[in-house]
Design a binder for this molecule. Structure first.
Ligand code: MN
Length: 729
């Protein structure tokens, strides 16, 4: 039977109303476009298109996806333009094909899970550029997926055939593609719940990445194939007999685990390949959910269940939607793994997201609005706020590898969270406000820090304070994309409010300098024309942009009053600085964007100045700090009163070495009511000791008092305030 007729027969079997004429046309079109092209295997290129479609039909995909699948390489590898395709096949199919070609970007090497945090990666400029390209690639992929998940399904089918024919490529390319498959596509398949494709991709990648280990497992599995198959048949018959005797009708079968998962089990548990019977999982398929638990009851009543091996994924589905009851029982001295589920759950486990389209022609475009696929939307939303490529890769990985933990609320409700979740993730999973006001947690009755990693079975109670608010460091503590995006949104809102305030003050100040009355001109038509001309939606948008340092106030004023002479630029800092009464206050509600500069580490009470960075808030420097640039218009007065808040400051003490020296210095510091965070000792020469302390002070006055007290200790030569390396004063 010709391939096309075979396809049609199989499609009609699951989708009798499919538009078969459209498929015939797409098939002929793709065949014509690829005519004469060959694969590396020397097969006609079109064979690859047919094989890709074979997989899509096995997944019972809708006709649009199948048409796009047969044409998935047409736009990239032939002269056909998107316009031509759209004229013939419509926008929807063309967009699918465009989506697939968008994510075909060639990449060299992929970062691996865990390796992405390594900062040394970033030191090398090449690595940095590669990271950027990879991040862009990931972003494209996720965006394409959010636009239409079917793009990824076509890509998975395409990758599956490429992996099946990987042997024809050069070894270096084989490694690259296999690595990318294992790092991205198999996890994507898993995340979309398509066990069938995920397993095959993993086995194929494993075969090329670790050929020796692969062959070893293959040999061991094949060695006792007959014995194993007979055992499997007998055991399945035994289980279904036992169930039938209790009037439960079930289909029972055993399937060996796939090679890569055997390999992972052996590596993780360090177990040897001893018992081939461990490699078979038995599946019990029943008609309805109501029969799952009685079936489990019969099995547990007949054989001894192994404690701790029962998992209820029916009441508590995995993040990818997987449902089943898992248990392990002892049958004739052997541990047997049994999974109980309905036929429908089984379909979903095998076909995952693809099961969603079965018999639902035309519906799938809105798939991302579906509750079940909310994570895709969430992921993309999250990604849009992440600029740093490493963060981006981390975010995607966190979403693609959701090792799950199950924890209890104080009310006893179970909650599933992504792996390595912390109490913050828990709080945000319950309610955004609970997250924002979170100050600590009790796990199983014990107080824990926010960065504590939760374990399955933990009971978690969140402690809140109505004055608490998220901090930037929370982005490092929270691990789930939900919590991280909530925190990031909160921080962005704060930053916007702060930039808005700064922008307003800078604009007012510039008006005052030009002898214009801000009261009158902040609401003037001239200003409205100006923000309109600059392309802002409203005045707020302009003010935020000024605050961010993206739009200059001089430019705004010059646009408002084009004929006026530009005010002479003055050179000295003092004159240009926004007047004191416009000072930004540290310790106020908005200090989320105020940072104490690391180069000069000023303290309250010193002469300080705020520097409006480009988009990263205001950094507070010592007035004389060399790092404050030559842009006087970016400087702003900062009001920094001494409060209870303390700041870590380093001091170095040089003294004649003697007994009791350290004790005396520590006493002097303590008497000044200053806390020592850290102390380390050393010596400059045999007679001179040199001790470094990090102390917490409320401001420069207190620091001076401490230094004075230390100076009076017998033998002390001098005390220095130590600044970070490279700082100038
Ligand atoms: Mn292809």
């Amino acid at each position: 039977m010709p391939k096309l007729e075979e396809f049609i027969r199989d499609i009609v079997a699951y989708n009798p109303t499919a538009n078969i004429e459209l498929l015939r046309e797409a098939y002929r079109f793709a065949q014509y476009q690829h005519a004469g092209q060959r694969r590396k295997s020397n097969d006609p290129y079109f064979v690859h298109c047919e094989e890709t479609v074979r997989t899509l039909i096995d997944l019972h995909m809708d006709i649009e996806t199948i048409c796009a699948g047969i044409m998935h390489d047409v736009l990239e590898d032939t002269k056909c333009s998107p316009e031509d395709m759209e004229a013939k096949f419509g926008r929807s199919i063309t967009n699918l094909v465009l989506g697939v070609s968008k994510i075909n970007t060639k990449i060299n090497e992929l970062p691996f899970r865990g390796a992405t945090q390594a900062p040394q990666h970033m030191q090398d400029e090449n690595a940095r550029r590669r990271a950027l390209r990879q991040a862009e690639h990931y972003r494209n992929m996720m965006l394409a997926m959010a636009g239409d998940v079917r793009v990824i399904l076509i890509k998975l089918a395409d990758r599956l055939h490429n992996m099946r024919t990987l042997e024809y490529l050069k070894p270096a390319r084989q490694q690259e593609i296999a690595r990318e498959t294992l790092a991205i596509f198999a996890p994507l398949g898993h995340r979309l719940g398509i066990a069938k494709i995920k397993s095959e991709l993993e086995d194929l990648a494993f075969k090329f990445l670790e050929p020796e280990k692969y062959r070893e497992i293959q040999r061991l599995v094949n060695e006792r194939r007959e014995e194993r198959e007979e055992y499997t048949r007998n055991m399945a018959a035994l289980i279904s007999e036992v169930l039938a005797s209790e009037s439960i009708e079930a289909e029972v079968f055993g399937r060996p685990k796939h090679f890569y998962s055997i390999h992972q089990k052996m590596e993780q548990k360090g177990t040897a390949f001893e018992d081939i019977y461990d490699l078979i999982a038995f599946r019990v398929l029943v008609a309805t959910e109501d029969e799952c638990y009685p079936a489990l009851g019969v099995i547990h009543g007949t054989w001894v269940p192994i404690p701790g091996r029962f998992r209820d994924f029916i009441n508590l589905p995995k993040i990818n939607g997987y449902q089943s009851l898992h248990t392990t029982v002892q049958i004739k001295k052997r541990r047997i793994e049994i999974q109980i589920r309905t036929r429908e759950m089984h379909q979903r486990a095998e076909y995952g997201i693809a099961a969603h389209w079965r018999y639902k022609e035309g519906i799938p475009r809105a798939v991302t609005s579906d509750e079940q696929f909310q994570w895709i939307r969430q992921m993309v939303e999250n990604l849009q706020e992440v600029q740093d490529p490493h963060q981006l890769v981390e975010c995607i990985e966190a979403d693609l590898f959701p090792d799950e933990v199950y924890v209890f609320t104080p009310q006893g409700d179970l909650l599933a969270l992504g792996g390595e979740a912390t109490p913050l993730d828990f709080a945000y999973a319950i309610h955004t406000d609970l997250g924002h006001r979170c100050v600590g947690a009790r796990v199983n009755g014990t107080f824990v820090p926010l960065r504590h990693t939760l374990q399955t079975g933990d009971q978690v109670e969140i402690l809140t304070d109505s004055n608490a608010k998220p901090g930037r460091d929370w982005l490092r503590i929270a691990k789930t994309s939900r919590a991280r995006s909530k925190i990031r949104r909160w921080l962005n809102d704060q930053e916007r409010a702060q930039n808005h305030e700064i922008g307003g003050r800078l604009l007012e100040h510039e008006m005052l300098k030009r002898r214009l009355n801000p009261r009158q001109h902040m609401k003037s038509e001239e200003l409205q024309h100006t923000w309109e001309r600059l392309g802002f939606d409203d005045l707020d948008g302009l003010l935020v942009s000024i605050g961010q340092g993206k739009t200059s106030v001089q430019h705004v004023l010059n646009l408002m009053f084009p004929r006026e002479e530009e005010v002479k630029k003055e050179e000295t800092r003092e004159v240009e600085v926004v007047p004191q009464r416009h000072a930004i206050s540290i310790g106020g509600i908005n200090d989320a964007v105020l940072r104490i500069a690391n180069c000069c580490k000023p303290l309250p009470g010193e002469s300080v100045i705020g520097f409006i960075t480009r988009g990263r808030g205001i950094s507070v420097h010592h007035m004389n700090c060399a790092r404050v640039g030559n842009e006087p218009e970016r400087l702003i007065h900062v009001d920094w009163p001494v409060t209870e808040t303390t700041y870590p400051t380093q001091i170095t003490v040089y003294a004649d070495d003697r007994k009791q020296l350290l004790g005396d210095i520590a006493t002097a510091i303590g008497k000044s009511e200053v806390n020592i965070l850290k102390g380390e000792g050393g010596s400059v020469d045999p007679f001179t000791a040199c001790h470094r302390f990090t102390v917490e002070v409320t401001g420069i006055e207190q620091l001076r008092r401490v230094i004075g007290a230390i100076s009076r200790v017998r033998g002390v030569q001098r005390v220095e305030r130590r600044l970070p390396k490279g700082a100038k004063r």
